[in-house]
Design a protein around this ligand. Structure first.
Ligand code: FES
Length: 674
């Protein structure tokens, strides 16, 4: 991922967009816009909002960008900022007190929690503040020691990490008590049947005697991995990794409190070997030296990120006793040094779905030498550990509703649950969403257009400058650009917005063809001059660097780009429609669609509905789920129960192979139109 993961989002909508959606029947006319107790401002714009957190004790403010509608509590939690809570963001514990400016709407819960003066000063319960505009949020120091942590999509996890510490005061040996040093420790922890690492025995005699037999046992599952001098029982950390093909995200977790201490991300150092899994698998097939190099590149990425989060959190890496790793099947194989070739060629078989206990050192990590790594199991060659983690984070196996989970990317993973049965599949969507094969495509980095709103009927057209989303404008093409800089290209969410908007205003027909230029003035007069040609290809100009710039120097959407997106969305919608068939469901039965992953989380729900990437449902049923792979990785570190749940998912989910279905091609063709 290139951006911090957002929290849950019920969709970015400006008031006029909401009206459009109601008119189009995409929002339940009877449904409340927000289920809160007091009026909350509707989202101001169509872009992102920026939250600047000023955390007590932190060296400086931290700014994050999220889609409008995400709560302040979720935005903080997803970006590694801890806010007090014992209810997990459900509005009942009244502990998540923050001070926001400018002030936001007051809920009944706020009036019961704060004095009028505090309310006037901006004090609010963070889990009830919907971030609809840029806000500064002052976060007081933590006052409670939580027993549970909020992670994933509204999941509350009771803290029970596999990594525990026990402080023990042992009787010193005497001639009458000649138990061994190890037995002395194990006897003091007689509720567990512990095994012991050799490394512990090497240091044990010295540690015991220097610490007057007052020591802390470090236990991972049922293994004694260290004995530390004195009482260190409150010092225990772990790192959760989302090992993406493009980007890797690390979250340092305090296992004592369940709170994230620091988050960092970087491009996967395997990038030079190819942008996608197939290229990297091919590289290993062509040169036997490539597998160890890929393994080392992944290890270097994990190592560097670990150093970063530990430095940011002020934590000694030797106090990191466990890590969890969620990656797709290929990334997992590569970091473990397992030959990925069988994944890349028919019939697409993994070497193993699950993995034994792995030493963190085997992943190249420089943390506590006895640290273990939990590696997520995979459901199939193309529904990997990242999706298992995502299912855990979204509670796909626990929720009784009919829910559709879509991780949008080059390989798109789809999971459908009717509350009893869970089926999953993978759809090859191609590189369009990552900016590949798109004329002006780029990844979601500074300069990428990520949000687009077209105004076909504006009477007076201002010079074609970039306008800030949400601000009054006469510009017929309203753009949201990452970094608020000059647009350089179009990222995945911008691509979907562009096509969706052009379909909405009528410049693209349902078959995905641009209308002839001569018809454009009658359809969208303010936009007609944007429809032009580059060589033989019809394009729509999204951004002109100068008013008279040549189209070839502009950021454009080409006819071929539209086709690329059409194929990608047809692959995805064929996937979910066949899964619906499998469970005997109609699209309208789906109660919630979770858009996950680095791309899906930033996708406009309205645009996704309009182009048919997701079922035609009210947009309030479409939820941005954020970085669910990373959240799942956090969960297995915080709770042994969740860890068991991840393993159980392998038994509970049925993988459906789509490509051998006789109706696949017909369905694909049906799904091509917008
Ligand atoms: S988190 Fe409990 S009230 Fe907000």
């Amino acid at each position: 991922m290139d951006r911090p993961a957002p929290g849950q989002d019920s969709g970015r909508r400006s008031p006029d967009v909401t009206e459009d959606l109601r008119r189009e029947g995409l929002i339940d006319p009877t449904a409340p816009v927000t289920p809160v107790l007091a009026p909350v401002e509707p989202p101001d714009g169509i872009g992102r909002v920026q939250l600047t957190f000023e955390v007590a004790g932190a060296p400086g403010p931290k700014s994050v960008r999220v889609p409008p509608g995400v709560t302040v509590f979720d935005s903080a939690s997803w970006n590694g900022i801890a806010i007090d809570s014992t209810c997990g963001g459900h509005g009942t514990c009244r502990k998540c007190k923050v001070q926001v400016s400018p002030t936001t709407a007051v809920t009944h819960h706020d009036t019961r929690t704060f004095t009028p003066e505090q309310l006037a000063g901006g004090w609010r319960l963070a889990c009830l503040v919907s971030a609809t505009r840029d806000l500064t949020v002052v976060v007081p120091p933590l006052t409670t020691r939580p027993k549970a942590a909020t992670v994933g999509v509204g999941r509350q996890v009771i803290l029970r990490p596999a990594l525990q510490k026990r402080y023990v005061e042992l009787a010193e040996p005497t001639l009458a008590d000649q138990r061994t040093d190890l037995v002395r420790v194990l006897d003091a922890i007689d509720d567990l049947e512990l095994t012991c690492d050799l490394a512990v025995l090497r240091t044990l005699p010295k540690v015991l005697r220097e610490a007057d037999f007052k020591v802390t046992a470090v236990i991972a599952d049922e293994a004694l991995i260290d004995v530390e001098a004195g009482d260190t029982s409150t010092v225990r950390y772990a790192v959760a990794f989302d090992l993406g093909t493009t980007t890797v995200v690390a979250t340092l977790l305090d296992l004592e409190t369940g709170t994230p201490v620091a988050v960092s991300s970087m491009l996967n150092k395997q990038q030079p070997f190819g942008g996608d899994v197939i290229t990297r698998i091919s590289a290993t097939m062509m040169d036997p030296d490539t597998l160890p190099r890929l393994r080392e590149a992944a290890a270097a990425t994990l190592r560097e990120l670990t150093a970063e989060v530990c430095a940011e959190g002020g934590v000694d890496p030797l106090h990191v006793y466990e890590v969890a790793l969620a990656g797709n099947a290929t990334m997992t194989a590569l970091v473990l040094g397992i030959d990925p070739e069988p994944i890349g060629v028919a019939p697409f078989v993994m070497t193993s779905a699950s993995f034994p206990v792995v030493a963190a050192a085997d992943l190249g990590l420089e943390v506590h030498p006895g640290a273990r790594a939990f590696v997520f199991p995979s459901l199939g060659a193309y529904v990997g550990g990242d999706i298992v983690a995502g299912m855990l984070a979204t509670g796909m196996d626990r929720d009784k509703r009919t829910r559709l989970f879509i991780d949008v990317g080059t390989n798109c993973e789809i999971v459908l649950s009717d509350g009893d049965t869970i089926v999953s599949t993978a759809a090859p969507a191609g590189p369009a969403f990552e900016g590949g094969a798109i004329r002006c495509g780029m990844r979601a980095a500074d300069g990428a257009i990520e949000v687009i709103k077209l105004h076909p009927l504006v009477e007076e057209v201002a010079p074609a400058t970039v306008s800030k989303p949400g601000e009054p404008t006469a510009n017929p093409v309203e753009l949201g650009v990452i970094g608020d800089v000059e647009p350089r290209g179009l990222c995945g969410s911008g691509l979907v917005d562009a096509v969706s908007e052009l379909v909405r205003v009528g410049l693209l027909d349902a078959s995905g063809r641009f209308v002839p230029e001569e018809q454009a003035p009658g359809i969208a007069p303010a936009l007609a001059d944007r429809l032009t040609m580059i060589g033989q290809e019809r394009v729509f100009v999204l951004h002109r660097p100068t008013p008279d710039a040549d189209p070839a120097d502009c950021v454009v959407l080409s006819q071929r780009d539209v086709r690329e997106l059409q194929f990608a969305k047809a692959a995805i919608s064929t996937g979910w429609s066949l899964l619906l068939d499998q469970l005997g469901l109609e699209a309208g039965d789906v109660q919630q669609v979770l858009l996950a992953g680095s791309f899906g989380s930033y996708l406009s729900p309205a645009s996704a509905v309009r182009i048919g990437l997701v079922p035609k449902l009210p947009v309030l049923r479409i939820v941005s789920a954020g970085n669910v792979a990373g959240e799942g990785a956090k969960m297995v570190l915080l709770s042994v129960r969740e860890r068991a749940g991840a393993a159980a998912l392998l038994e509970e989910v049925t993988y459906v192979e789509l490509s051998d279905r006789p109706d696949f091609n017909d369905r694909f063709v049906e799904q091509l139109s917008f």
